[in-house]
Design a protein around this ligand. Structure first.
Ligand code: PEP
Length: 253
């Protein structure tokens, strides 16, 4: 059995209002209770993060930012620094999410700087990688995710990788489309990514690093995806917005 603890993460994106966001966080908190066989985190919009982190304090559910700046402070209107996320109680931060890369044009170099800065400030980054449909059809999946992971982790040492970095494989064509990768497709890419990690670091570090799958995960497909060796958890968008679709994901067995 893998020594990697399963991780279920809910990315709320730009959804929910203050009251519904807080209510959702409290239901997740109450459902997780003292369960420590799984890690659970929610990623609210920035403006709700402080209140939600306070509500989750002392529980086993952690919170995180959906993004962060690659600078520590200064004239960066509209940006949020890693230190600010820590200041309002965040444990994690998503970096290089598909929507940041494809809607806002973030490239691997910027993503890599954010990962490094997040680590320096004590956050645990979740580095997201994934290919577009065109790239998959052109059989470039491995090349694309391999480059994204190598560039995203440039300058990150093996110790930080094992202790604090999570990787999320999120095929762009599966995010928010209702079309999830099959367990076989996810398994192939996860195995490839772990091999890349072994090459960049070593086998032991690669074995300890968690790699999540993300892309249209729902209660009816989570069990099959989580059964794939090398899939260590799920990063969930749409289904994380309601207790009735998120809470069953915690009982994927
Ligand atoms: C995501 O936002 O990371 C995601 C996987 O979204 P969805 O579950 O809605 O496909």
């Amino acid at each position: 059995m893998s020594a990697r603890k399963p991780f279920v993460a809910g990315n709320w994106k730009m959804n929910l209002e203050r009251k519904t966001a807080l209510g959702l966080a409290l239901s997740v908190r109450d459902s997780v209770g003292r369960r420590d066989d799984i890690d659970v985190a929610v990623f609210p919009p920035y403006v709700y993060l402080d209140e939600i982190s306070r509500a989750l304090a002392g529980s086993l559910v952690k919170s995180g930012g959906q993004n962060c700046c690659d600078e520590t402070s200064g004239a960066f209107t509209g940006e949020i620094s890693p230190a600010m996320l820590v200041d309002v109680g965040a444990t994690y931060v998503l970096i290089g999410h598909s929507e940041r890369r494809h809607v806002y044009g973030e490239g691997d170099e910027l993503v890599g700087r954010k990962v490094k800065l997040a680590l320096e400030h004590g956050l645990s980054p979740i580095l997201c990688v994934g290919e577009t449909l065109e790239q998959r059809q052109a059989k470039r999946t491995e090349q694309v995710v391999g480059e994204q992971i190598a560039r995203g982790l440039a300058g990150v040492d093996g110790r930080a990788l094992q202790a604090r970095v999570t990787v999320a494989y999120e095929p762009v064509w599966a995010i928010g489309t209702g079309l999830n990768a099959t367990p076989a497709q996810a398994g192939e890419v996860h195995a490839y990514l772990r091999g890349v990690l072994a090459g960049l670091y070593n086998e032991a570090a690669a074995e300890r690093a968690r790699i999540l799958y993300g892309g249209s995960v729902k209660p009816d497909n989570v069990r099959a995806l989580m059964a794939v060796p090398g899939v260590d958890g799920v990063l969930v968008g749409g289904a994380s917005l309601k207790p009735e679709s998120f809470l069953p994901l915690l009982d994927y067995r």
